[in-house]
Design a binder for this molecule. Sequence first.
Ligand code: MRU
Length: 353
Amino acid sequence: MVMDDNELRTVWWEKETLCLIDQCSLPDQHVIVRCHTLDDVARAIKTMQVRGAPAIGCTAAYGMALAVQRSAATDRDALLTELRQAKTILDAQRPTAVNLVWATSRMLEQAQTFAGEDLAALRARLLNEAHAVLAEDLAMCHAIGDHGASLIPSRGCVLTHCNAGGLATAGYGTALAPIRTAYSQGRSIHVYVDETRPFLQGARLTAWELHQAGIPQTLITDNMAGHLMRRGDIDCVIVGADRIVANGDVANKIGTYSLAVLAQAHQLPFYVAAPSTTIDLSLANGDQIPIEERAADEVTHLRGRRIAPEGVAAAHPAFDVTPHPLITAIITEQGVIVPPFAEGLRQLVIYHI
Ligand code: MRU
């Protein structure tokens, strides 16, 4: 959906329903998914009709609001019990992006804090809280753009992986935010877009977004990055994150770690852009981050078509962990954090889950 400000929105509330752009159908078709119930929301997250850590968080917040809207509970204890169950259901859909648990925790806490209100008031309060989660995410993305733009070379080539753009957030993106802002300031930027096997978020979604924005790009398959870096075609790498832990280790889309190793080998800056809702100080290091394992057929098949012999086993870890020594800087809505990350991350204002 394109709003009045000409910006793309992934998640919005319309006629008592949560609307999402179906990210599985892009770029061929522009389909809107309408979620009427908690189960609709859980399914959209699981099947990746909505994906990207901040967008998942915003969606989950509305999932909690919908659970309350649709509840038949007549007293607040029953309502709170249902809300706790809704949180358990939503949290189980995708384990790596901490924004999901962050959002459901915030919604539950809001309900518990104002449990004394009558049920109609509580329902309205939770819907407003979901609207706030969405609005805050959009504002954070713009702030990431403002803080990160100066790191983007004034004439140069930036490599990105997966999709950390408007589709992955409430709008504007995280990794794409500094690129967008720098481009709008007149900088001559060219983006290399990793295809991002197996789900093709780069080819399908990032390429689509950059095309819509008119930002020059070249799509590459994931195994081309080293060659381009060695040839001097890349000036820096910028990616998003699904979870950043206390020592600065970062979980992001599978293939991110390989890019960070390559960037270090070629002495290129490697930037991570994420809002504070992606930071999880409860985990000491990246080994503790749960890594989602997805279905093998997403690897053996490409958009529904088999590309490997029948019966071949395939692995599908959907994320990897980039150790903090490989990261040059973390760009947040509160500013750019440089090593030692543990100290910088501790100083951020964060809503703890
Ligand atoms: O499996 P996905 O598509 O949800 O993974 C998305 C990513 O890894 C993104 O880079 C991350 O969530 C940041 S999105 C702003």
